[in-house]
Ligand binder design. Structure first.
Ligand code: F6R
Length: 609
């Protein structure tokens, strides 16, 4: 999604802004722009990659000691240079904006009435004109930004500069992340800490409703009530080389291969110290886990599929009723609140608006027990939750989630054990057995990664197809869903997943010799049922690609291709079986020549509705 970088310094900020935008590229965008104050507002915008904007910046010899920059992921108005940010009002105010201004039409009509002329189709341009309108009246950029924020409805993070005040930059946030970076005699603004990490690690995470004024000597923040506030300064632990590709061709490939390490780091606490709820999830969690009567898992996309797996563990191991819901469905549904339910949000980025809003909704409904499983420290969702478990996947840059998924599963299994133990349903022997199983997982993931050459051979064939079906049953059905999602999002092959038992209720009509059918079929209680479903496919000439383990005793035959993981992982098998479906999608996309790390139309952190 869109990215913001701003800097006010006594040196040229253009390299800082350009480097910051490059560090935000992974989020997905379609155009980029920059504006600095230097004898007027000097602006360069380009459709396409940051590097194209950078070339134009160099050609124009753009320089300045205060400026803002932006990567845009189109929402209002097409992908054109005139819709790219920064947006300028009357050559005096420049604005960058993430999010959606819901009342932009109303404001546009009002501003037109005041004589403003619009040059773009964006909702952002109203922000530029509003700031201009208020700045004209007061000559105070901070006040003008506060008055503008008060007029806006929706979700936004904005950055503003004014030609008449080259010593101030302002920002405001509501619903979209915005951080302030503190330097020595210089300060920065960004939508994501990673944009600033080359300049400073001292950051302030602004709260919803905050408006900030940055000067070279310091920053001032007022909250939504207009009261001046001091926000905590955090020292970011993000690694500056987290975005290095190393020996890999793509971030997705790197991240798939990092999974043994990522899962082992995530499990370190429980493997080293046992199932200690308070140590793992925070003070007070054990008594909450003891008292809850159910669990509701809220998430989107791949994180939602992690939730679907966890439901089997929550009900089967902890014996707690568990439901799983997409955040954007839950937030608008007239659900029945239950104060004894544990609300668990699952999010890699911690910024997904749909999940964040679902969490807010749960709190509004009076649900006090909230827990977040998240990969990004200090992001919005964990900060709004009472308990937190951080997965330790490290920065995930590829748009398609891989190591976030398997580490979320590791975290959710840990949570299941903690709830079971708090409720007296996990005795010492069961606890040490479960921990012993967890210890094996990183090694089993490595074994699954070693299957890559065989999967590459399958990918050759998949790359020729336009459709694919994925089947699984029970705890492996969510892995089928994840396999279909990965394949469609990066190779653009139409892929659908079904619980295998559902086949004969409709999708079987699609099966013929041209439809590859991927089956996730390790040995579990439903294996014999899956085998019958596979017969239904073969009988219609469908070709089967089966991911099994040694215990499922499949043999290859005509139309039945089998790849076996060498070890049966029991209840944790979905973690291991996520690997081959990720590799299949990656190698298929590679053969089709798509942009694996930045698939079309998608963004990494989905901060709009
Ligand atoms: C798919 C994918 C998305 C995300 C979803 C939620 O590969 O990455 O479906 O899983 O947008 O994102 P987070 O986990 O950041 O809330």
């Amino acid at each position: 999604m869109c990215g913001i970088v701003g800097a006010i310094a006594s040196r040229d900020v253009v390299p800082i802004l350009t480097e910051g935008l490059k560090r935000l590229e992974y989020r997905g965008y379609d155009s980029a722009g920059i504006a600095v104050l230097n004898d007027g507002i000097r602006r360069v915008r380009r459709v396409g990659r940051v590097v194209e904007m950078e070339n134009a910046v160099r050609a124009e010899d753009l320089k300045g000691i205060i400026g803002i920059a932006h990567t845009r992921w189109a929402t209002h108005g097409g992908v054109t240079e005139s819709n790219a940010h920064p947006h300028v009002s009357n050559d005096e105010i420049a604005v960058v904006h993430n999010g959606i201004i819901e009342n932009h039409e109303e404001q546009r009509a009002r501003l037109k009435g005041l004589g403003y002329v619009f040059e773009s189709q964006t909702d952002t341009e109203v922000v530029a004109h509003l700031v201009h309108h208020y700045f004209k009246a007061s000559g105070d950029l901070f006040l003008a930004t506060r008055k503008t924020a008060a007029d806006l409805r929706g979700a936004y993070a904005i950055g503003v500069v004014a030609l008449a005040d080259p010593d101030t930059m302002t920002g405001a946030r509501m619903g979209c992340p915005l951080v302030v970076g503190l330097g020595d005699g210089e300060n920065f603004l960004a939508s994501d800490v990673s944009a600033l990490i080359a300049e400073t690690r001292r950051v302030i995470y602004l709260e919803d409703g905050d408006v900030v004024a940055l000067q070279r000597s310091g920053v001032r923040v007022v909250d939504r009530a207009g009261t001046e506030v001091h926000r905590v300064v955090h020292i970011s632990e993000l690694s500056a080389n987290a975005v290095d590709l190393g020996p890999y061709q793509h971030y997705m490939q790197k991240e798939i291969h990092e999974q043994p390490r990522a899962v082992s780091d995530t499990l370190e606490g429980v493997i080293d110290s046992g199932v200690d709820a308070e140590g793992l999830f925070g003070a007070g969690s054990e008594s909450v886990f003891r008292d809850i009567d159910s669990v509701l898992l809220l998430a989107s996309g791949t994180s939602y599929y992690a939730g679907l797996v966890a439901r089997f563990w929550m009900e089967g191991v902890a014996r707690v009723p568990c439901s799983v819901e997409l955040g954007h469905e839950y937030r608008y549904r007239d659900s029945i609140p239950n104060a004894r339910q544990l609300i668990v949000t699952i999010s890699q980025s911690g910024e997904t608006l749909d999940t964040m809003e679902a969490l807010k909704r749960a709190k509004e409904l009076g649900q006090p027990h909230t827990l977040s499983i998240c990969n990004v420290r200090e992001s919005a969702i964990p900060r709004a939750s009472r308990f937190v478990f951080y997965t330790r996947a490290g920065a995930e840059i590829g748009v398609a989630s891989t190591k976030a998924f398997t580490t979320q599963l590791a975290a959710l299994f840990t949570l299941t054990l903690a709830i079971a133990k708090a409720k007296g349903r996990l005795g010492p022997t069961a606890e040490s057995d479960a921990i012993a199983q967890l210890r094996f997982v990183p090694g089993s993931i490595q074994h699954a990664l070693n299957l890559e050459p065989q999967i590459q051979a399958w990918a050759e064939r998949f790359a020729q197809r336009e459709h694919a079906l994925f089947l699984g049953r029970g705890i492996h059905y969510p892995v089928a869903l994840e396999g279909a999602l990965k394949l469609k999002e990066i190779s653009y092959i139409h892929a659908e997943a079904y619980p295998a038992g559902e086949l004969k209720h409709g999708p079987l009509a699609l099966v013929d010799a041209s439809m590859p059918v991927v089956v996730i079929a390790p040995n579990d209680a439903l294996l014999e049922k899956v085998k019958s479903n596979m017969q239904e496919v073969r009988a219609r000439g469908g070709e089967l690609y089966v991911f099994a383990d040694l215990d499922s005793h499949f043999t290859e035959s005509e139309g039945v291709h089998v790849i076996r993981t060498p070890r049966h992982a029991g209840l944790l098998s979905p973690i291991v079986h996520a690997i081959p479906v990720q590799l299949l999608a990656y190698h298929t996309a590679l053969r089709r020549g798509t942009d694996v790390d930045k698939p079309r139309n998608l963004a990494k952190a989905v901060t709009v509705e």
